[in-house]
Design a protein around this ligand. Structure first.
Ligand SMILES: [Zn+2]
Length: 235
């Protein structure tokens, strides 16, 4: 994985320069390369935890809000061995502006989250525990998690006494319909830090890739803790 902002990476995003008409805009170009590198590093980390196996999941970061430009992992790629060049640039209509890969269908949910929340990054994982818990609690439309110190990994949470609601949407292959349901869910639950698709996985976000990564780690930890506690109760 390349992490340095080198000439070869600039060249690899040459299509971005041409189509965006940002020749000479070194700041935007360097921001794109920096975010691509951060996404690739997060992918490698999450894969090592078993949260992105089998080319699953997708990670995005906002290059610009107006016009909306997202750096996002291309579809069908091994997230454990991503290079910066495998992170593509798309606009609000999911048109590929830079890069040689296709966006995943789930990109529609990233765009919905960024447009509704004005967040700076959206990370989506497919862990074992989020898959199990979202399936088991789909009938409740979500799960409450409370009483754990790790809740303080979530932005704005100062105490283990916090009560966090993680809503669950029924999974679907119709991403446009899901994006519509997601916008309603976000309006009804303005204080959430993430949500799950049943039998599928977790979406969370942050002001930047670092905060989104912290939220993935915190929520995945909490979901595993809750899942293990619930398993003990069953036994
Ligand atoms: Zn997914």
């Amino acid at each position: 994985m390349k992490v340095a902002i080198g000439q070869s990476q600039v060249t690899s995003h040459g299509g971005l320069e041409l189509e965006l008409g940002i020749n000479g805009n070194q700041r935007l170009k360097e921001r794109t390369l920096m975010l691509s590198s951060e996404i690739a590093q997060a992918g490698e980390s999450f894969y090592s935890h078993g949260w992105l196996f089998g080319t699953s999941g997708n990670l995005s970061a906002v290059i610009s809000h107006k016009p909306m430009l997202l750096a996002i992992t291309g579809s069908g790629l091994d997230k454990g061995h991503l290079s910066s060049e495998q992170v593509i640039v798309i606009d609000e209509g999911m048109k590929v502006i830079g890069g040689e890969y296709k966006p995943s269908a789930e990109t529609a949910l990233h765009i919905a989250l960024v447009s509704e929340l004005s967040c700076g990054a959206v990370f989506h994982t497919h862990s074992v525990w989020s898959t199990i818990i979202s399936q088991v609690h789909e009938k409740d439309s979500g799960i409450w998690i409370e009483g754990f110190e790790m809740l303080k990994a979530l932005n704005g949470v100062k105490s283990h006494e916090h009560r966090e609601w993680i809503p669950i949407l029924k999974n679907s292959q119709d991403m446009n319909a899901l994006a519509g349901e997601l916008k309603v869910l976000l309006k009804e639950n303005p204080n959430i830090h993430g949500f799950m698709l049943s039998g599928h996985g977790l979406y969370t976000w942050g002001r930047d890739p670092q905060e989104a990564k912290r939220h993935v780690e915190g929520l995945e930890f909490l979901l595993e803790v809750q899942g293990r506690i619930d398993s003990l109760k069953v036994m």
